[in-house]
Design a protein around this ligand. Sequence first.
Ligand SMILES: Cc1ncc(COP(=O)(O)O)c(C=O)c1O
Length: 429
Amino acid sequence: MSEDLVTSDLLQLSQRSRQASGQPISTLMAQALANPELISLAAGFVDQHSLPAAATQAALQSIFANPQRARAALQYGTTPGFAPLRDQLLARLRAADGHPAAEESLTIDQVVVTAGSNQLLHLVCETLMDPGDIVLCAAPSYFVFLGLLANLGIRSVGVAMDADGMIPQALDESLERLHASGELARVKAIYCTSYYDNPCSVSLSADRRPEIVQLARKWSLASRIHVIEDAAYRELRYEGEDLPSMRAFDETGEVVIHAGTFSKSYSPGIRVGWGVLPPDLVEPLCNQKGNLDFGSPNFAQHLMHAVIDEGNFDSHVRTLRESYRVKLRAMLESADAHLAGIPGVKWLIPQGGLYLWLTLPEGVDTGPRGTLFDRATRAGVLYVPGEYCYPAEGPRQTNTIRLSFGVQPAEKIRQGMAALAEAIGQSIR
Ligand SMILES: Cc1ncc(COP(=O)(O)O)c(C=O)c1O
């Protein structure tokens, strides 16, 4: 027997690693790679053409114009992150929220910079939760977060939502039920993507924001229940007014964990995210982060700071909104043209974000092993089966689809939608 064989036989993966195999994201990426001619309306990536090359080059130049500044950027940073960037983040949160009293007492000590908001979400779970704990999530929710919970052995429990986001009454009832079954102490958080969520592009309405914060407080009987507010898509608003964050309603400052990112609004390649945390969570979370990386890439943080400092972030967001508005229009016009005539097909009209959420008639299986997925792939279009987006516990709909208008140009979106409509039509007949 060769030595290679002996050692490969001895590979023992951890339980977590075995649990992590076969994720939806890997399956979809493999499909897209195997069929390069497919029009992918699946990937939640950002538009390639509007990525801010010139603004980023200007920021780099200003950093490198001063060798001392350049060396500071090229050195390790600190665990919570680059202080001038954290200052900017705090000032921007307050300005966007209209300086509510709940935010005036925040300090930059409560702002922690991470490698994308996924890392923040991960650290929050590692810091607050043990296997068997529970997070209440809208059904449907961001599937990568659901995967993270499963990987950590944390139960995701679905709460009904509608076009105004998570339904407070449904949340209250779920918490009541968990209380009655003696499981309330295991509930550690309520996860809400408050702006143009993934997968539906639905925002939590203005009146539900304080209600959900209030419910977290009301049910914090055995232990504190946090609200994890994921604001990844806040800047991608094409219609309507911006709303204050859930953080703005957290008067005691101990309930809401606010997660933000520049991935959607500027560049996922730079991958800077952040958290605004309750004061007593900062040290425990930084302890976790200390073990993990003792600070996210410092260079990326200096870069984002320079971009904002030079006024190029807000102008980029304006350009981006224009470009996504055109793509969203293309998707909605195609939906009207090709899907409106198919009985029982419905969709939510987004005011922002990157996604369109379709519901097909009951009984049409949109899953990866169903006939529609196969038909759509053969017709040249890839979508995300909605079933991936449901929390592990609670009802899941197998007749839903997530489409993204972020990546493809308008013409491809139209072609993809026509092909999808054809495949749906055949599946219904
Ligand atoms: C709802 C939501 N939250 C967080 C993220 C994470 O983004 P990043 O880790 O790049 O900041 C994404 C990315 O798609 C998302 O859709």
